[in-house]
Design a protein around this ligand. Structure first.
Ligand code: GDP
Ligand code: ZN
Length: 321
């Protein structure tokens, strides 16, 4: 849908008014700030209550409060802030987010480049669980790839690779690792360069072990941040952004590692199977559920081999057919 010139003009006018109002609101509290201090952009490392730990481009950390008219930011957010003291500042603007990870409406992290679903040979991967994670990621517009860990425990690695070929054919990257035996770890680390990553997955699959490989002094850093934020041990449960020494960032917390999946609607499930997309809207019936309707484009695609039949089977299972 394209807007008429008049509609565009109206929208621009409304936005200009909003910005003017926001500026007025922030001017009212301007006396809090030293006029000489310059605004700079920073990266939110963690949030604790109403306070933020913000990393300046120089790498220095500032404890910040947010202006009241500003949406609460989370790890991964880019903000504009002004310093008011040696290591204190005020966040005056939240920059536009590329994406978000949320659970039960609560925003957990922002500006994530890559989610990694970690599964393992032991406890043995389950397709239904994998599909549920993928559906959540697709619906949130978050790129997701798969790590299969503990590959050394498999007596039939070819079978494992075959099992995941349906995900590869749907366009997901799959990495087969053994953190224990360091198999493929170097290549994997190299993939993480210059991006912000989150590791998700069932407990026991090796997420903590993998993260410890990436950031061996993680516990030490958590303690340092606790000291900096003057909050003691509370910070250990907060979602935090860490720089990976070999490149890239990790956004992590115990809550993220144990990220529980919300219930999925049928609509979310359908839009969560990314390779179905080209066929949606092509069925004979507009309200086709793609189960046993005649002239269903999805089923035809399965018959023609354009959609992997196992993925279609998993789809049916997820919607409870
Ligand atoms: P998390 O719950 O996903 O964080 O998993 P952990 O990192 O705590 O790992 C669970 C268990 O799996 C621990 O006993 C690890 O030592 C073990 N583990 C991690 N990676 C591997 C691996 O590649 N092979 C084997 N055999 N065990 C592993
Ligand atoms: Zn259909």
């Amino acid at each position: 849908m394209s807007l008429t010139r008049r509609q565009k003009w109206r929208i621009e006018k409304i936005q200009a008014e909003r910005i003017a109002r926001a500026n007025k609101a922030s001017n009212d509290s301007e006396d809090l700030l030293d006029d000489e201090t310059k605004a700079q952009t920073g990266l939110v490392i963690t949030r604790y209550g109403q306070r933020l730990l913000v990393e300046a481009e120089s790498g220095e950390l500032y404890q910040c409060t947010g202006r009241r008219n500003i949406e609460l930011s989370v790890a991964g957010d880019q903000v504009v802030f002004q310093t008011i003291d040696n290591d204190e500042g005020v966040v005056t603007a939240l920059l536009e987010r590329d994406n978000l990870l949320r659970r039960s409406q609560k925003i957990i992290a922002a500006n994530i480049d890559q989610l990694w679903l970690v599964v393992a040979v032991e406890p043995h991967y389950q397709f239904e669980l994998i599909d549920r994670y993928l559906v959540v990621a697709e619906n949130a517009n978050l790129p997701i790839n798969i790590v299969v860990n503990k590959i050394e425990l498999s007596d039939n690695p070819e079978q494992v690779i075959y099992d995941f070929s349906m995900y590869e054919s749907a366009g997901y990257n799959v990495h087969y690792l053994s953190v224990k035996e360091q198999t493929n770890l170097g290549e994997f680390k190299a993939q993480l360069n210059h991006k912000a990553h989150i590791f998700l997955g069932q407990s026991g699959v090796g997420k903590s072990s993998l993260i410890n490989e990436l950031i061996p002094d993680l516990n030490l850093r958590v303690n340092e941040l606790s000291t900096k934020s003057k909050l003691g041990k509370h910070t250990t449960t907060n979602t935090t952004l860490y720089h990976i020494p070999s490149g890239g960032d990790l956004i992590d917390s115990p809550g993220i590692r144990e990220f529980q999946l919300d219930d999925l609607t049928d609509k979310e499930i359908l839009s969560g199977f990314r390779e179905f997309k080209p066929f949606i809207g092509l069925c004979k019936f507009r309200n086709c559920a793609h189960i046993n309707e005649p002239k269903c484009a999805i089923k035809t695609a399965v018959e023609n081999g354009d959609i992997n039949s196992k993925r279609y089977f998993n789809y049916l299972q997820l919607i409870g057919v």
